[in-house]
Write a protein that binds this ligand. Structure first.
Ligand SMILES: Cc1ncc(COP(=O)(O)O)c(C=O)c1O
Length: 385
C-alpha cells in the first residue's frame, strides 16, 4: 500500500511502515517470532541476520510510529523506561539535563537512582515557566527533557517556545509524548528533536503489552539509537510490536472518543459539590487552557481531581464499579488510580506535595466506553462520600 507524502494522519496510522506480506499477501504484518535468519551463503542474506538486531515486525512498527510522529526513524524498546534509558545513553558523565519537574515517577527514579551513578546531573524545573527554564540551563546542559501534559496534574509546557530556548544554547529537546499521544500533539512539528513514548499507553491502547519507542530526526541521534538498541539489546519483542501495530490503526478513532469523554467527565466533576479541584487542560479554569488549545488537538484522556482528604478519595476509589482501580493509562477501558502511592510511590513524600500529588488526588484515565455509563459510575461513587 502506497502512503503518499500528502496522506492524512488517519491514513498514515493505518498504513505507514507496512506492506502486504510478500510471500502470502497477508494484509497484516506477520509476527516474525524468530531468533535468527537462514543465510543463502556465507555473507549472503536478505538483510536479516539476528533477532536482536533486526526483526520485520518491529521494523514495521518503527516505520509506522516514525511516520505518525513525523520523524525520520524510530527505535522500539521493551518498555517506556527501557526507551528512556537507551535515549539517555546519548549523554556521558558530567552532562547535565533539565527535566520537567513533575515528570513520571519512574523516570525520576531512573534519573535519580540509576543515572546519577553514571555521573549525570539533573535539574527539575517547572518547564511551563519559561523564565525558570531559562535559569536552569548550565554550561554543561546537554538535554532538555520535557513531559507535557505532566502526570498527574496535567501542566502544559509550550513546546515550541521551550525548544527555541534550548536550541539557542545548542541543547537538543526530547518530549515524552505518552500522555498526549501523537493524535493530540506532535512535538517534532513544534521544534523538538526527539519524541519518547511508553507504547504501553495510548499507542497500544488495549492494555495488553508493555513497550517503548524513541522517534528521532537528527542523523547523530538516529545513528546512536540504532547502535544502542543492538548494543544494549533492550528490544521490543515481535508479539508486542505486533500488538502496538494493531493499536495504532485505530489511534485517531480512539483519541477522538478519549478526548470527548474526558471533556464531559471533567465538566461533570468540576460542577460536583463534593469535588474540590479538577485538573484538565480542556477546562477554562486550567491555568494553561489557551496554550493547550493552541498546542493540542483536543485535551487528552487524563483527568485528575482532589477530594479534600485521603478518606474521601479512598471512598471514591473503592466505590466505583465500572471504572477499574489500576495503574497505567491510555487503554480503551477507564482506569482510576491514586497517584500518591501508585504512579508516584517512588517519589519522596515532600516532593510529591510540592508537585501537587497530594494525598487526596485521584486520577482517571478515561476510556472509550459510553460516557453516560462512566458519569453514572462516578456519580454513585461520589454519593457515598
Ligand atoms: C509519561 C510516562 N512516561 C514513561 C512511562 C514508562 O513507561 P513503561 O511503564 O512502559 O516503562 C510511563 C508509565 O506509566 C509514563 O506514564
Amino acid at each position: 500500500m502506497l502512503v503518499r507524502p500528502t496522506a492524512r494522519f488517519d491514513t498514515v496510522c493505518i498504513h505507514a511502515g507496512q506492506t502486504p506480506d510478500p510471500s502470502t499477501g497477508a494484509i497484516i504484518t506477520p509476527i516474525y517470532q524468530t531468533s535468527t535468519y537462514v543465510q543463502d551463503a556465507l555473507g549472503v542474506h536478505k538483510g536479516y541476520e539476528y533477532g536482536r538486531t533486526h526483526n520485520p515486525t518491529r521494523a514495521a512498527l518503527e516505520g509506522n510510529i516514525a511516520a505518525i510522529e513525523g520523524g525520520r526513524a524510530a527505535f522500539a524498546f521493551a518498555s517506556g523506561l527501557a526507551a528512556t534509558g537507551a535515549l539517555m545513553t546519548l549523554l556521558q558523565a558530567g552532562d547535565h539535563v533539565v527535566v520537567t519537574d513533575n515528570t513520571y515517577g519512574g523516570t525520576y527514579r531512573l534519573f535519580e537512582r540509576v543515572l546519577r551513578k553514571a555521573q549525570l546531573d539533573f535539574s527539575y524545573v517547572d518547564t511551563s515557566d519559561l523564565d525558570a527554564l531559562e535559569a536552569a540551563f548550565q554550561p554543561n546542559t546537554k538535554l532538555l527533557f520535557v513531559e507535557s501534559p505532566t502526570n498527574p496534574v496535567l501542566r502544559i509546557t509550550d513546546i515550541k517556545a521551550a525548544s527555541e530556548r534550548a536550541h539557542a544554547r545548542g541543547v537538543p529537546v526530547v518530549v515524552d509524548n505518552t500522555f498526549a499521544s501523537p493524535y493530540v500533539q506532535r512535538p517534532l512539528s513544534l521544534g523538538a528533536d526527539m519524541v519518547l513514548h511508553s507504547t504501553t499507553k495510548f499507542l497500544n491502547g488495549h492494555s495488553d503489552g508493555i513497550g517503548g519507542i524513541v522517534v528521532a530526526e537528527r542523523d547523530d541521534h538516529i545513528e546512536w539509537l540504532r547502535f544502542i538498541q543492538n548494543a544494549e539489546g533492550a528490544i521490543l519483542g515481535p508479539m508486542d510490536a505486533w500488538l502496538v501495530l494493531r493499536g495504532t490503526k485505530t489511534l485517531p478513532l480512539r483519541m477522538e472518543r478519549h478526548n470527548a469523554n474526558a471533556q464531559r467527565i471533567a465538566e461533570f466533576l468540576s460542577a460536583h459539590p463534593k469535588v474540590a479541584l479538577v485538573h484538565y487542560p480542556g477546562l477554562p479554569s486550567h491555568p494553561q487552557h489557551a496554550l493547550a488549545a493552541r498546542q493540542m488537538r483536543g485535551f487528552g484522556g487524563l483527568i485528575s481531581f482532589t477530594m479534600g482528604s485521603l478518606e474521601r478519595a479512598r471512598t471514591v476509589l473503592n466505590s466505583v464499579r465500572l471504572m477499574a482501580l489500576a495503574e497505567s493509562l491510555g487503554g480503551v477501558e477507564t482506569l482510576i488510580s491514586y497517584p500518591a502511592s501508585m504512579t508516584h510511590g517512588s517519589v519522596p513524600a515532600e516532593r510529591r506535595q510540592a508537585l501537587g500529588v497530594t494525598d487526596d488526588l485521584v486520577r482517571v484515565s478515561v476510556g472509550v466506553e459510553h460516557v453516560d455509563d462512566l458519569i453514572e459510575d462516578l456519580a454513585q461513587a461520589l454519593d457515598r462520600v
